[in-house]
Design a protein around this ligand. Sequence first.
Ligand SMILES: *[C@@H]1O[C@H](CO)[C@@H](O)[C@H](O)[C@H]1NC(C)=O
Length: 327
Amino acid sequence: MKFLILALCVAAALATSPDLDQEWQMWKDNNQRKYEVEEEDYRRFVWEYNYKIVTEHNQRYALGHTTYTMAMNQFADMTNVEFRKRMNGFVSAIAPLETTQSRIDVSPLPDFVDWNSKGWVTPVKNQGQCGSAWAFSATGALEGQTFNKTGKLPEISEQNLVDCATAPKYDCAGCNGGTMLGAFQYVIDNMGIDSESSYPYQAQDMKCRFNAANVVATEKTYVVLPSGDEKALQRAVATVGPISAAIAASHVTFQLYQSGIYDEPQCSQTALAHNVLIIGYAIENGNPYWLVKNSWGADWGMNGFVRMSRSKDNQCGIATRACYPLV
Ligand SMILES: *[C@@H]1O[C@H](CO)[C@@H](O)[C@H](O)[C@H]1NC(C)=O
């Protein structure tokens, strides 16, 4: 009913274009969408609204006015408000930022770092309709450090964190959001975390079913990087491995990001409601960027990855809450 009313409202304002019928059909087929009759018109309207945004943005890209492209990806039938509700964990207001000041180190850093090419990064995962990005960010950092320690790259269970690293002790609320620090502290206290295969991801809050027999990684402590310091973050990425970070990811430009260096001047440095894994950095055509692993499946962005602007005034707050575990 809600959709019917909305559809009627928007139908009056803007009739959908018949030219796009075929593309709409193809997009629905490719993304396995089947709507109720009353929802179809509304979704088509939202999709077409996004289609215009993407088309206009990519025209600017073709003219060299922006560094990244957008695509009609799996989020293309969602309004930006729906997207924010569905994809992001909560904006964490808890856990005052503690800063573990790193030693003053001015030794030169490499221009390019990519831990994925060195075997430190597992394949891109998909958090589904669950605000558990914090768990994916945490397992990603743990996977890398465990690889360095053992020579074997483990797949670590996010569901273990979603179910067990819960409030009040760990500041986490499963699919309603959480923090990497809560996850790291849980793994320390718990003396380990289970493997992905023994404790597979279910994208919903379940009862804690940790089994010590299936532990695949342990952790000694964690480090919090100085907030907002992209130089310190660069040093950590270069010398430690993949680093966990919170980012602002609420703009439609991120929702429908496809490739290139994401650059959103409106992006907040403090309203951080998504969590990712920084797996390297580089420079392209003079533009420095962070190489970032997301948890929205391999269909989103560059095979699941995004290049985020680097040294652009801590854009999207990528250096605001960065941290990593020590194993
Ligand atoms: C990997 O582990 C070794 C041995 O503990 C350590 O010396 C080295 O700094 C680690 N490498 C990185 C990039 O963290």
